[in-house]
Design a protein around this ligand. Structure first.
Ligand code: FES
Length: 203
């Protein structure tokens, strides 16, 4: 240290370009040693902290489990009384107009959720008996024609593809909710969305 100080003294009037290499090397060594010291200090501190937390956990594990249970109980009581799950759906909740944040970053996620919620039998049993329901007359559905149908509390799009097979799909386009039964066109064996054609085909 004394050697460095005297060296600095003898060169203190020199410009930065003239500082000798041995002085620069010594400064670098001091800096490196300080970093190591700080690193060891932080390591020790972390180790002490981890050990303290572990010891406390061991000593008070019973209390901690009790605390977690109490928190869970309070949370479930809060959910049950102040934020209950609402299973009632309005009759107007068809399509996707009622979906909030449809255009936001999570638009696709909200759409999927809305589609899932609309499915009968999801979360609550379907109010309709499980069976076959007539929704259109086959002879009226010519190849390439599209119809809408309402049944079981849902809207459907009914069409007959070019292969002659009659198909039924959800009336509302999974993209932005256009009614495929109104303005949709049969392309091959698929139905083309009236909003964003060409190219949006569903089946
Ligand atoms: S709404 Fe149907 S493709 Fe966009």
């Amino acid at each position: 240290m004394a050697a460095n100080a005297s060296l600095y003294k003898s060169h203190k009037m020199a410009s930065p370009h003239e500082i000798p290499n041995d002085l620069l090397i010594n400064q670098c060594q001091i800096q490196k040693w300080n970093s190591e010291e700080v690193f060891v200090y932080v390591l020790n501190l972390t180790w002490i902290l981890a050990r303290t937390i572990f010891d406390l956990g061991l000593r008070y594990s019973g209390d901690m489990i009790l605390a977690v249970l109490v928190i869970l109980l309070i949370y479930s009581t809060y959910k049950a009384y102040f934020s209950p799950i609402v299973y009632i759906r309005n009759l107007t909740e068809i399509g996707f107009e009622h979906v909030p944040y449809l255009k936001g970053v999570d638009g696709a996620m909200h759409l999927t959720l809305a589609q899932k919620n609309r499915q009968l039998g999801y979360k609550i049993p379907s109010p309709y008996p499980n069976g076959w329901y007539a929704i259109a007359e086959s002879y009226e559905l010519k190849i390439g024609t599209v119809q809408t149908a309402t049944a079981l509390g849902l809207n459907f799009c009914v069409y007959r593809g070019e292969d002659g097979v009659a198909r039924v799909v959800d009336a509302y386009c999974p993209h932005l909710g256009a009614n495929l039964g109104i303005g949709g066109e049969v392309k091959g064996n698929c139905i083309e969305c009236p909003f964003h054609q060409p190219g949006k085909l569903w089946k």
